[in-house]
Design a protein around this ligand. Sequence first.
Ligand code: FAD
Length: 386
Amino acid sequence: MDFKLDEEQFILVNTLRRMGKREGFRDLAAKIDRTGQFPFELMSKYRQAGLLGMTLSPEHGGGGQSALNTILTIEELAKFSPMIAAPVFESSVGAVRVVELFGTEEQKRRILPGVCTGELSVSVCMTEPASGSDLTALSTKAVECPAGYLLNGRKTFITGAGEASHYLVYCRFNATPGFKGIGALLVEKGAPGLSFGKQEEFMGLRGMPSCDVVFEDVLVPVDDVVIKAGGFKNLMTSFDLERCGNAAMCLGIAGGALEEAKSFAMERQAFGRPICEFQAIQFMVADMAMKLDAARLLVYRAAAGAGQGLPSIYEASVAKCFANEMVVAVTNDAMQVLGGYGYSKEFPVERMARDARAWGVAGGTMQMLKITMASMIFGRRFDQRK
Ligand SMILES: Cc1cc2nc3c(=O)[nH]c(=O)nc-3n(C[C@H](O)[C@H](O)[C@H](O)COP(=O)(O)OP(=O)(O)OC[C@H]3O[C@@H](n4cnc5c(N)ncnc54)[C@H](O)[C@@H]3O)c2cc1C
């Protein structure tokens, strides 16, 4: 077991830190939150730096990098803001990986190179207004027709919706209830019958495009089916890398908050001394660092275990769940260290606390992940319907 970054990873992390300083990412993060505008201008910079499609195969224009290198990248960039890390997340651990792992050669050729240049992106459409955790109850239907499939349904909380070029839609291909009737197909932006709802107003993650996606008799060619009915397990397994990406966002946000708390505690004076000299502050900061380090080890373990492929379901679930809880606790403590300034929008910590709260719901709730973990611990499935 080696807990050190190798030379390449060390260089990667330092390069990203220099990039953050050079490009003024700390100020950019505040601007994104203030304006609610996604930083699309980063795409060309990231393309040049080889940060798009990091995990995708070189054959399709990707970086062929390990899951761990990608996780380290997401973490470093998310220290400023999850929006600044989002292009790496979406192009390397997002739904595009499902296309790479299970799509046809033609689908890969059509989509992956464009994702690596930042021209294309794929949003995942799973959640429906009446089916979130209870995903296998989803009702979006693909009905066979002479030209392919007619798709009807509504998806909700879809990250990237309206902006993404492609939508990987989880849908029901036949009348078989539960997961057995579910597969996934691709819908291209601009397809007749595809429309978008209004932008979500979330508590945090400002700047992230997110809205409902509506399918009304959208004609999908047979060639755009990525996973046929019965392949639900593949869909969920490939989602475990996305879960590590989610956890890396938590590491980044918490790392950013810890940095802010540390600098503030060394500067801020009370009773004639910097507040870092008070034991109450020291213990709070030490607890923050301890929780962050523990989460980091879990996330790195899951990512290292994935190599160039997918992580174990158990390791990814434990890592995501722990990191989701950790980031809320750490950002909350960071606010406390900053006193009144922690509650002010003049300082980044209140934004980090708002951004922190999303990750334990996005990508599957902590409760659902604990059910997955429990079923592995007990070695039996717990059917939530019975
Ligand atoms: C920021 C953000 C980004 C998102 N991006 C996407 C996206 O890109 N694509 C997409 O498809 N979806 C996305 N989602 C949706 C997300 O996946 C769902 O919100 C999530 O799966 C929970 O579903 P729900 O909101 O319907 O809550 P519900 O499933 O209704 O759950 C409500 C509460 O009940 C709990 N609960 C439900 N069932 C059980 C049970 N059996 N045992 C114990 N507790 C239970 C849940 O844990 C939760 O606390 C996003 C959500 C957020 C907040």
